[in-house]
Design a protein around this ligand. Structure first.
Ligand code: ADP
Length: 385
């Protein structure tokens, strides 16, 4: 037998060493990453697993038949359909198979498995083999879920805290009309007892009672409108005027009661495609901030103005308060940034508002260096044909 020598011998040995080394390294990486390797013999519909796969699925080697259906059966039913669909798509398109699904191990542990794989084809282009990896994503998944849950709770907390503020203000909103109704009916009673109640006076006073009661109905309606979580609402075409009026119903009385001068410019006749409750929440948040800002200042003025361009509508909320120092103007949209007392501010209003407006394809900005503190909501308007 002819022995290899010289260069050939060196290269072959070297190659063997390198490939052995590579394989070892790869095995080491898979072991450390707790990644399992699977191989699917497509024509014979048989799955082969390495040791890590058995570990991931929490079963012994002899307990897996290698049938694809048995693997599918170990997946959560809701995830199995989607996973099979992706597998099929990958076989057809040749694109990387990439998905996640949940499994329940025989010991009852729920695991989130990440999966990737690619297809190999025979010379006729038929899928021949699919090879891929599985890994345990349970911790990542749980962390993501915890963060998601916390985010939902934060949004809810902020909404409730502004609801709390509104509830405080609503006393003002409703007390005024109630006083008018009570006063008017007492006046009617007095006139009646003196036999001085002329029919036209009765009608006039009743009309006053009705219109004042109507105001309470509108306030309660606005409160119901606002108290809903609008984040799941469908987008609808809503006149800008409706949103502004619904919002003002909830705060204008409180604003006026503290001798704040509220000036609302004429509202342009435009429609926006939006979740109206959410836009109202943003506007109310800006008005609440403006109210807090002027509350203790000498000049108490809040202005709402509008601008309409070909594509946009801009809502300006301005106040005559002390303003926002330059050092803070970058921070005000950051979640939890607040300069308000504990229990008063959450520091979430502006950051949530910005998110809401951006999800509507618009922008919420603070205009620095103006005489009045000015925030602008910019939203695309609906084009009427
Ligand atoms: P919060 O009102 O709960 O503090 P926001 O996110 O709505 O949360 O506001 C963050 C901060 O931005 C406020 O604490 C305040 O310092 C500043 N800010 C917002 N609006 C105004 C305003 N109109 N005038 C002065 N400062 C404001």
């Amino acid at each position: 037998m002819l022995k290899k020598c010289g260069k050939d011998f060196f290269y072959e040995n070297h190659y063997q060493m390198v490939s052995q080394n590579l394989e070892e390294r790869l095995r080491f990486v898979l072991l450390v990453a707790k990644m399992g390797v699977w191989e699917w013999d497509v024509p014979n519909n048989h799955l082969s697993w390495d040791d890590n796969m058995f570990e991931l699925y929490g079963i012994q080697k002899g307990e897996f038949s290698g049938r694809v259906q048995d693997w599918v059966n170990s997946l959560f039913a809701e995830d199995a359909v989607e996973t099979q669909k992706k597998l099929q798509e990958s076989l057809e398109s040749g694109q990387m198979f990439s998905t996640q699904y949940r499994i329940m191990t025989p010991a009852g542990d729920v695991r989130n498995i990440g999966a990737r794989g690619y297809v190999e084809r025979d010379p006729h282009g038929e899928p021949n083999r699919m090879i891929g990896v599985n890994w345990d994503e349970t911790t990542d998944y749980e962390q993501k879920r915890t963060i998601e849950n916390q985010k939902i709770k934060m949004v809810e907390a902020s909404r409730l805290s502004s609801l709390g503020e509104i509830a405080g203000g609503i006393a003002h909103e409703i007390n005024n009309p109630l006083t008018i109704i009570l006063g008017t009916s007492q006046h009617l009673r007095k006139l009646h007892s003196r036999n001085e109640l002329a029919p036209e006076v009765l009608l006039e006073k009743l009309a006053k009672i009705e219109s004042t009661a109507d105001r309470i109905v509108r306030i309660v309606k606005s409160l119901k409108f606002f108290a809903r979580d609008g984040s799941e609402d469908l987008y609808s075409h809503c006149p800008l005027g409706t949103i502004v009026h619904e919002t003002l119903e909830l705060c204008q009385e409180k604003i006026k009661n503290f001798s704040v001068n509220l000036s609302v410019a004429s509202i342009p006749d435009v429609t926006i495609e939006c979740r109206p409750v959410q836009i109202s929440q943003v506007l109310l948040n800006l008005l609440t901030n403006a109210f807090d800002a002027v509350h203790d200042s000498e000049e108490k003025l809040i202005m709402i103005e509008f601008e309409v361009t070909e594509k946009l509508v801009r809502i300006f909320v301005k106040d005559s308060g002390l303003g926002i120092p330059n050092a803070n103007s970058e921070k005000i949209f950051i979640p939890f940034f607040t300069t308000k007392d504990i229990g008063k501010g959450t520091g979430l209003g502006l950051s949530l508002s910005k998110g809401i407006i951006e999800s509507h394809g618009g922008r919420l900005t603070f205009l620095a260096n103006l005489k009045m503190t000015t925030f602008v909501i910019e939203l695309p308007k609906v084009h009427h044909k």
